[in-house]
Structures are given as C-alpha cells and as structure tokens.
Design a protein around this ligand. Structure first.
Ligand SMILES: Nc1ncnc2c1ncn2[C@@H]1O[C@H](COP(=O)(O)OP(=O)(O)O)[C@@H](O)[C@H]1O
Ligand SMILES: [Mg+2]
Length: 346
C-alpha cells in the first residue's frame, strides 16, 4: 500500500477534503492520510510515497523533514529545495527573461541591517544609494514589497518620494523590492496544477478580503485569457512548481505577472468559493495520485533548460558544449582553452 500524506497548518477545509477525495477514488494500492511525524532519523526512508506540503514555509522543522523525504524518493508537492531557494525578485527577473510581462522592479538593500550585521560588514554597499536612478527607472506610483513575502504583509502603495521614504523607513531588516504599479482594470489569480491545468479566477484586490474572488460570471476577451493561461504555464514550468497561484494585473490588455511564488496557495472553501474549491481539490487529488508512480525518483530544477541552458548536464558535458559552440563561431583561441578545461574535468 502506498501512502499520500498531507502536511498542513491552520487551514481547515482543504486538507480534509483532499484526503477524502483521494480515498473516495477507492484505488487498490493508494491511501491518503494526514502526515504524522516526530523525531526524524537521518536518511531513513519516509513512509509516504507523496506528501502535499501546505505549511513548511512557516515551519523550518517541516522543511528539513521534507528535504530528507525527497532524498529517500518521496514526491513532495512542492519541491522543498526549490521553494527554499526561490524568491520573488528572482522570479521577476526570470519572467522578464522568459518574455512574460512584469512591471519594472528593483531590489533594494535593507533599511536596517539584520542583527548580526554592522557597518563593517557592509562595505560593499553603495552609500548613499542612487535613489534618483532607482526612481527614474521604476517611476511612481509604485509598490514597495518584500522580496520574499506573502499575505500582503509589508506591502506599501507609494505615490512619490516622500511616501516611499516613509514606507521604506518602516521596513526594518526586510529585503524589499520597489515595483512600478500596474493601473489595472482586470486582475486574475490563477491556480496552476501539475504544470498543466490552469484555472483563471477573477479577483478584485480592492474589495474586502472575504469578497475578493469574483464569483459572478464575467466575460473577458478570449485572447487575454489565452495569454494569461500561457504565461501562467510558462512560469510554473520554468519554476518547477506543481501547485502555485500566479497573479496578473491587466493594464491596457497586457497581463503583468506580479505575484507567482505561492506554492501553498489559499484553497479555503470559504474564500475561493465552492466551484474553485471543487476544482482545486479534484486536480490536486489527481496530481498526488499520479505522483505515486514517480516515488523513488528525485526531481530536477527546470528554469535553466527553458533559457537555453542545460540544467542536468555534468560540468564536463557543459564545458564541452561551450567549446563546441565556440568552435562553430570560429573563436579558436577560446575554443582551445575551453577544450583543455573540459578535458581536465575527469
Ligand atoms: N505592481 C503592482 N501593481 C499593482 N498592484 C500591485 C502591485 N504589486 C502588488 N500589488 C497589490 O498588492 C497586493 C499584494 O501584493 P503581492 O505582490 O500579491 O504580495 P503578496 O504575496 O503579499 O500577496 C496585490 O494583490 C495587488 O493588489
Ligand atoms: Mg498576492
């Protein structure tokens, strides 16, 4: 019997519904349950073929438990290694490289240094910063928001330099980004499951929290929805997330991706509404069951190959590829060095 485990925090509706849905499929050799974990013995195989992780971002013990589980062949939704390594600023840069529209964004040094850091530790930092250059690039109005955050915490809408500095002064030792505001007409939140299924949900961030998912039927241009779906898939495939929400703010028909690092997205029946809830429970249940067949394998990261690199090749293989491409371009002297270097890597 293979087990699918669900690991969760405060949420109430999704984890139970997911377990019930998987078990209602009455598969001969698969059962779902809530994960139970205590002290974790190193390198010991995890009893779950698949774990659906909804909470390890808030609980370092769970994150470490999941990494060990991946090592022993458990399929974790989402990959805890990539989730640990990822941040929103990297995601914006990646999106830009992949041709997905994102608002102009700058990464800023912390307003206050982290506790262990003092003036002597930051001698590489430019001081004062070139604020004029930063403001000229981003332009106001803008959003000042953490490079790795969620739940609208520490997000500031700023309209000019004064408002910016007032907000920045409140950001403690957080690492922040400054991003051009999209003056949006439409706004979508998209579930993306298994890097294949997309559910585009109209969302109105200007409404009170409990009414943000627009549940009344809406009509949008087909071309816009197609582009949103395509871009959402491009991002999740590049990032390798199996469960994510991608948020787009649409200005003049252009969907700008503004938040797409949500690997444990809100899936509460009472916020997303009955139909979206049914959809997400169904898709995640099917994905978890499909992943059972992959247990025993360790996942790979994806974005490099999408940018024309080769994420899986050995260092020797990569060096050889560089040498070959340089030979094709006729840069012989570089080629010789590169071939030598690649031979040296035994
Ligand atoms: N560049 C932007 N343009 C317009 N609105 C934005 C922008 N960035 C953030 N917002 C608004 O702030 C909200 C929270 O920001 P977001 O990037 O989604 O962070 P979080 O991960 O905390 O949800 C968004 O839902 C949106 O309403
Ligand atoms: Mg958001």
């Amino acid at each position: 019997m293979k087990k699918i485990g669900v690991l969760f925090g405060m949420e109430n509706t999704f984890p139970g519904a997911l377990v019930e849905r998987i078990n209602s499929m009455e598969l001969d050799d698969v059962r779902a349950e809530f994960v139970e974990v205590g002290g974790v013995e190193m390198a010991k195989a995890c009893p779950y073929a698949v774990i659906v992780d909804r909470i390890s971002h808030d609980m370092p013990f769970y994150r470490a438990y999941l990494k060990n589980a991946v090592l022993t062949g458990t399929q974790v939704i989402n990959n805890p290694f990539w989730w640990s390594a990822d941040d929103k600023f990297f995601n914006y840069s990646l999106a830009e490289r992949l041709g997905v529209a994102v608002p102009r964004t700058v990464l800023l040094p912390h307003k206050q240094f982290p506790r262990e850091i003092n003036q002597r530790s930051v001698r590489n930092l430019q001081f004062p910063l070139d604020w004029e250059g930063i403001f000229d690039y981003v332009r106001f109005p803008a959003f000042l928001k953490p490079h790795d955050g969620g739940g609208w915490r520490d997000v500031f809408h700023v309209h000019d330099r004064e408002e910016f500095f007032q907000a920045y002064d409140q950001t403690r030792d957080l690492c922040m980004t400054l991003q051009a505001a999209v003056n949006f007409k439409e706004y979508f939140r998209c579930y993306v499951v298994g890097q294949e299924d997309v559910r585009i949900m109209a969302y109105d961030p200007r409404r009170p929290h409990e009414h943000r998912y627009v549940l009344e039927p809406q009509v949008y241009p087909k071309g816009l929805l197609k582009r949103v779906e395509k871009d959402a898939l491009t991002l999740c495939r590049a990032l390798g997330y199996d469960l994510n929400t991608v948020e787009f703010a649409v200005e003049d028909g252009v969907p700008y991706a503004i938040d797409f690092m949500n690997p444990a997205p809100d899936a509460d029946r009472y916020s997303v509404g009955e139909e979206n809830f049914e959809w997400i429970v169904d898709k995640v249940a099917k994905l978890a069951v499909a992943k059972v067949a992959l247990s025993g394998r360790v996942p790979e990261l994806r974005w490099a190959s999408l940018l024309g690199g080769s994420s899986g090749a050995s260092v020797k293989g990569k060096a050889k590829k560089v040498a070959e491409s340089e030979l094709a371009q006729g840069t012989v002297s570089v080629k010789k060095t590169a071939v030598k270097a690649s031979k040296g890597l035994k």
